[in-house]
Every structure is written in C-alpha cells, then in structure tokens.
Design a protein around this ligand. Structure first.
Ligand code: CP
Length: 315
C-alpha cells in the first residue's frame, strides 16, 4: 500500500474516525512498528511534516531516519538512458533500491518546480520512487498534492463542525512568492469526498487545475463567498494557467477581522507556515476561532493512521 494522494483514502469518514481513535490512544499500537524503520527524505524544507511524521512513527514504536536530500544526498538523475557525465551523481534506480534496503517505508517531500507544468504534473520524483523502490511510499507533499495535510484538515473539520453540512470556503490569499498548488489541490479533493457546501474563491487568473476542481463552485468575489461560511481555509497558490506566475498580491484578499465578520462566525484554517499580515491579519490568526495549531497537531494522527495502515499490510 502506498499513500500518494487523497484518492488513496477509500472511505474518508472511516479514516477520520480511526484517526480520532488514534488521537485518543496514541500508544496503543506500539508493537506494530517494532523493528520497522521509516525513511523521511526531504528535497524541500519542513517543520510540521518532519516533526509530526517522526512523532507518529515513534508513537507506533518505529525507528526513523531523516535525510535532507537536497543538501545531504547525491544529486539524483531521473531520466532513463542519460549519459551521466554532468552534475548528477546517482541514478534514482540505485538510490530508491538502496534506500529500500534500510527502510520498511519511504516518505518523500519534493515540491513542484513551478517552471515546467508538464514535468510537475508527471510527479517525477514521487513516481520514480514508486517505480524503483521495493517498499511502500508515502507522499509528504509532492508537486501536485499534500495528502497528509488534507487528512489532518479533514480530522480538524470533523472535530469542529457544528452542523452536518457546513459551508467551507477555500480562499486564495496574497503572498510575495510563487507557491505550489499542492495543499489547495488536496484540500479540494478531500472536500469533494464529504458532504459540505464547498466553495473555492480566487482572483481571475488563479483558477486551480480544472482536472482537480471538476464541478466544485469557483467564485471570484471573496465577499460573496464568505457569506454564511462556517470555515474559511486560506492559502496562496501561484497561477495554474499562467504556470507558476504571481499575477497579483492584492492586499484586498488578505483575511482580516472585518472580512471574517461577514461569515457565520467562521473558524479560520491554514496549513502553516503563514505570513502574518500578508495572508492573514494577526487578529484573525491569534483569535479564538483560529484552528491552525489544531491542524498542525492533527498532522501526527493523520500520519500515524497512514503508517498504521501500511504496517498492517507488512505483517
Ligand atoms: N503544512 C506543512 O506541510 O508544513 P511544513 O511545510 O512545515 O511541513
């Protein structure tokens, strides 16, 4: 079993309930991971993913190996048949098989380059690890998805919703740098798996990949979208159509207290890290309705559930 995208969740409601059970009894499966090792390979920085996945592994009695591949590993070649007489020192074929000798599960973070859309959509790093590794693979954020974050978000929504069908708004917010679509994509896919009035709102030119959004409502007026919202999930992403470009840093899209007043006393969500007073005002982030720390905490139980399911297949 791999966990590569939200589509690997067979029943979201069941998974959320199981994750909440784990949260209530985090050490109940300590024998399951005994003598098993997870290797965490980071091609990009991380705080939450790195620590929560290590914590989840420890809760399951596993050993962890962490490698910052971008700084510590040999530069990897991914193309087949290349004459490797340039900068790349090791081919993915050997690297993935070798890591599989040391690890029972491999987890990988490899962001989108945001230059070549087709290459990013192909998920070169993740796909090649799946192809050449001989152990299960977990996606810790790839070019197009962040399914551990989305599962943590699903847990957080379930714990905080006060009605069966809440209104949930995913809103674009400004940011000075070009950011990937992964978090937004996986959040959209996860929301499509549950009963909610789900709306995406972003400026013109920032529509996400239509292959992801499918029939989900996409609006371009934030005030309209915020009306009666129970949850506001803020995230920046760069343009998908004008691939990887920052088309706007419009301050009017920042999440402020005044804007939150238009909602149904909505809870505020963000995956973190977040730029204060750019994406969201201090008063919202520090307010009682902010769920960002709960979301971060739930990353442990999302990762623990995924690892537990994988370990059960290895028994
Ligand atoms: N939300 C999230 O993935 O955080 P990190 O980038 O710090 O891991």
């Amino acid at each position: 079993m791999n966990y590569l995208s939200v589509n690997d969740i067979d029943n979201l409601g069941d998974w959320v309930n199981q994750a909440i059970e784990i949260k209530n009894k985090p050490f109940s499966k300590q024998e399951l991971g005994k003598n098993k090792t997870i290797g965490l390979l980071f091609f990009n920085p991380s705080l939450r993913t790195r620590l929560s996945t290590q914590k989840a592994a420890q809760n399951l009695g596993m050993q962890t190996m962490v490698m910052n591949f971008d700084k510590e590993g040999w530069a990897l070649e991914f193309e087949d048949g290349t004459i490797m007489n340039q900068g790349k020192s090791e081919h993915i074929k050997e690297a993935a098989k070798v890591i599989s000798q040391f690890c029972d599960i491999i987890a990988i973070r490899a962001f989108a380059g945001l230059v070549d859309k087709e290459k990013d959509l192909q998920e070169q790093v993740l796909t090649n690890f799946v192809k050449y590794a001989t152990v299960p693979i977990v996606n810790m954020e790839s070019s197009t998805g962040h399914p551990l974050q989305a599962l943590a978000d699903a847990i957080t929504l379930a714990e905080n919703k006060t009605k069966p069908k809440p209104k949930v708004v995913l809103t674009w917010a400004p940011h000075p740098k070009a950011l990937p679509h992964a978090v937004a994509n996986s959040f959209v896919q996860m929301m499509q798996m549950q009963d909610a009035e789900f709306v995406i709102v972003n400026p013109e030119g920032y529509d996400l990949d239509p292959e992801i959004t499918k029939n989900t409502t996409v609006l371009h007026h934030q005030n309209l979208a915020f009306e009666n919202a129970d949850f506001i999930y803020a995230k920046n992403w760069s343009s998908f159509k004008n691939y990887g470009k920052v088309l706007s840093q419009d301050k009017n899209w920042e999440i402020t207290k005044d804007k939150m007043k238009q909602t149904n006393n909505a809870k505020f969500m963000h995956c973190l890290p977040v730029r204060r007073n750019v994406v969201v005002a201090d008063e919202v982030l520090d307010g009682n309705n902010s769920l960002v720390i709960e979301q971060a905490n739930n990353r442990t139980f999302a990762a623990q559930l995924v690892m537990q399911k994988i370990l059960e297949t290895l028994k």
